[in-house]
Design a protein around this ligand. Structure first.
Ligand code: MN
Length: 740
């Protein structure tokens, strides 16, 4: 186990005047806290945080990060508390250790949870403090190195998580070495056979080519020296996992991949990089399409190097990476090295200084996360999650991953199709918000549902997920079809009754060929839409049936009543006197179509010329292809349908107690033309919860103003109340409802 002084020496090796007291204090504190605890291997537990700290010294991280590494398991696994760590080490270190504790707890619960949950936590950790992530990666690396001691059934999950989350994350941060090792270890556990085969092949190959590689290296070094370029040439070991991945993704054999040797040429200056390139290209044949200049155009994660492939002296291909030492360190240590160079060099060799150094790290990570180079990104698709997704919670804490730009509607459908279909509103983080709001990372989404809801088809263009879109399309299509089929059924029941026949599903089925429809549901929907008339169906079911079109419509009578005969033979009587209208119903409730408002389960709209409000006696007129239009029976417009009895439908109101829909009505007011009149009228309407939609004024006589007012009301009694209140005012001389 590394001694206390050894750790301090390591840090002093790359940092002048490190905070030795902090390192010593953290070492002693963690060692004491973990005490007699042991790891699965039987080693003292403290060896683990110490190894994690050691890994981070290789990345040349500052004392605070090293201290956090030493303390990273204390809150979770010992009696140490955040409060105590705050007291001993200060709040900053306390916060970082707590961040790691959170990540660790997550490892423990994540067995069944989706990987995305981990990803999101990681993302949050990144935006909180990059050091938490660096320690976490080192922690994971040490755990992977010692995975043999973990129970067999746990290894697979840990290895897979490492492969899918931690290794790509290290790669994104430019920490190539760390990534390679994580991948290698994970590969070994995930696919032991492939691992053994590939590493075996690679060892054989290295053995076979050792002399050749050595010769090429020496030759190149010597030739470059002649050009006055100091270069360190090293052969590059192929990484078993990347070989395996290429074999898989490009369907290449090992032999096809193994004829290329890799070399890294490290020179002093950028100028030397290009001079080396020029020399190599003039002496050996360059393989087209393989040259890449990441010096003038660095990768998103800051990687800089020149890549080229040439055909070497003995006709074998050689892949060359040409770079300076600084570039090399950035490639190996990623964000850590960035901070080292950017901050350290400017400050005369002084290494990682606190806030500024990490501000720069944060910046780098932000650039990584926001970069738009898709190539780099798609290479490890799992990491798309960082950019393209938002993670939101259900009220019970389940996490739902959605694409960026997703709305609460998408969220509802992601949870369950039924929830999407019944979604009428939402709360975001406890606040009622529009369902089209764009979701943000970490939002808690509570969907408000109603069973009466059918998703509006306009949502189709609002949502971003395919699941939501297709469900909305299906639901609204289905809803419309159901509406029309329901209407069709009622129309047919009525028409058959009038003809003295009884309507049944079976009789309709038998007539389908004559109606040229595939099934009864289609036929019913088409009747509802007005594409087939009820007479057509009658004739199809009863071929001998004679159409009766002679419907008598009584002219207005002298006593002020006039009668309308509906398709079902029902007579409406509209009183001109106080007597109650006598309404003859064909059958009591089953015969009429319930109207629940415009947003009902039927294709309904209201007559624009003085609409009906609940409480009014109403009649429905079937508009081919558009559903039913509802008219108050007083409406004079109805007369024009007198000769089309099959279009008349018996309807009744079926408004629920908790109805939230208002209905438009029109009134005409004759009022005295004096100051304040309009205000008085508006006040009466407002005080009675009426909602003025429109108001037209004209002055017919000098002292009077005539006003046409459109108001939205709940029902007839509401409208009547408003009219009564208006009449009671001294400024009004006439108030009446208008129905055209
Ligand atoms: Mn640990």
């Amino acid at each position: 186990m590394m001694r206390q002084y050894e750790l301090v020496e390591r840090v002093s090796g790359y940092k002048k005047n490190p905070d030795e007291a902090l390192l010593n204090k953290a070492y002693v504190y963690a060692m004491r806290k973990h005490g007699e605890q042991t790891r699965a291997s039987g080693d003292p537990y403290f060896s683990h945080p110490l190894e994690v700290a050691a890994i981070l010294t290789e990345l040349k991280l500052d004392e605070e990060t090293i201290a956090v590494a030493l303390l990273h398991d204390t809150i979770e696994d010992t009696d140490a508390t955040r409060k105590e760590i705050d007291e001993v080490f200060g709040g900053k270190i306390g916060r970082l250790v707590e961040g790691l504790t959170k990540l660790k707890r997550l490892d423990l619960v994540s067995k069944k949870a989706e990987q995305a949950e981990n990803l999101r936590r990681l993302l949050l950790a990144i935006s909180d403090d990059i050091r938490v992530l660096l320690v976490k990666l080192a922690d994971r690396l040490h755990n992977m190195r010692t995975l043999d001691h973990v129970k067999v059934h746990k290894r697979g999950r840990i290895a897979t998580e490492t492969m899918e989350i931690y290794a790509p994350l290290a790669g994104r941060m430019g920490m190539q070495d760390l990534r390679d090792e994580l991948e290698l270890l994970a590969f070994k556990y995930i696919n032991p056979q492939a691992y053994a085969t590939v590493t075996g092949h690679l060892e054989e190959l290295a053995e076979k080519n050792r002399d050749l590689i050595e010769q090429i290296s020496k030759d190149l070094t010597k030739r470059l020296a002649k050009e006055k370029i100091t270069a360190k040439v090293a052969s590059r070991q192929k990484k078993p996992y990347s070989v395996f991945r290429k074999m898989e993704s490009k369907a290449l054999s090992f032999e096809q991949l193994s004829d290329i040797f890799g070399f890294r040429v490290i020179v002093d200056t950028v100028e030397d990089c290009y001079r080396t390139l020029g020399f190599v290209h003039t002496n050996w044949a360059m393989v087209p399409g393989r040259f890449k200049d990441f010096i003038s155009t660095p990768k998103q994660n800051g990687y800089q190097s020149i890549h080229t492939t040439v055909v070497g002296p003995s006709r074998q291909r050689a892949e060359l990476q040409i770079r300076t030492l600084e570039m090399h360190e950035v490639a190996e240590f990623g964000v850590a090295a960035h901070a080292l160079y950017k901050e350290g060099k400017k400050r005369g060799g002084q290494s990682l200084s606190e806030n500024t150094a990490y501000a720069s790290l944060r910046k780098t990570i932000e650039q990584l996360a926001e970069g738009d180079n898709p190539e780099e990104f798609l290479e490890h698709t799992k990491l798309e999650l960082f950019l393209d997704q938002v993670f939101c919670f259900t009220p019970k804490g389940r996490i739902i991953a959605l694409p960026t730009g997703a709305t609460p509607i998408d969220f509802a459908y992601a949870v369950h199709t039924d929830i999407g279909n019944s979604c009428v509103g939402c709360k975001l983080n406890g606040k009622i918000m529009p369902v089209i709001t764009q979701l943000q990372n970490g939002d808690e989404v509570d969907i408000i549902r109603s069973d009466a809801q059918t998703p509006p088809s306009a949502w189709e263009s609002v949502v971003v997920t395919g699941k939501a879109r297709s469900a909305i399309r299906r639901a609204s299509r289905q809803a419309i079809r159901t509406q029309y089929a329901g209407l069709g059924t009622r129309i047919l029941e009525r028409a058959f009754e009038r003809a003295g026949k009884s309507f049944s599903q079976e009789s309709l089925e038998s007539a389908l060929p004559r109606l040229a429809r595939e099934n009864a549901a289609d036929a019913l929907a088409d009747v509802g839409k007005g594409e087939i008339t009820s007479q057509d169906v009658l004739k199809a079911v009863f071929p001998e049936f004679q159409e009766e079109r002679a419907v008598q419509t009584a002219p207005p009578r002298e006593d002020g009543w006039f009668g309308l005969r509906s398709a079902a033979g029902m007579v409406f009587r509209i009183p001109g006197s106080r007597s109650k209208p006598k309404v003859k119903r064909v059958n009591k409730s089953g015969g009429t179509i319930p109207i629940r408002g415009v947003k009902s389960d039927l294709p309904v709209k209201f007559s624009p010329q003085g609409g009906a409000v609940p409480g009014d006696r109403i009649v429905g007129i079937l508009e081919p292809g558009q559903g039913i239009t509802i008219y108050p029976i007083q409406s004079s417009v109805l007369a024009k349908y007198d000769n089309e009895p099959e279009r008349w439908l018996d309807v009744r109101w079926d408004i629920e107690e908790d109805n939230h829909e208002r209905f438009p009505a029109r009134i005409e007011v004759l009022a005295t033309n004096e100051p304040g009149t309009l205000a008085t009228i508006a006040e009466v309407i407002a005080n009675n919860d009426g909602n003025i939609q429109n108001l037209v004024m004209n002055v017919p006589v000098e002292d009077f103003t005539e006003m046409g007012i459109e108001i939205d009301v709940w029902d007839l009694s509401h409208l009547t109340r408003i009219i009564k209140q208006l009449k009671a005012k001294s400024v009004t001389s006439k108030v009446e409802r208008i129905i055209d």
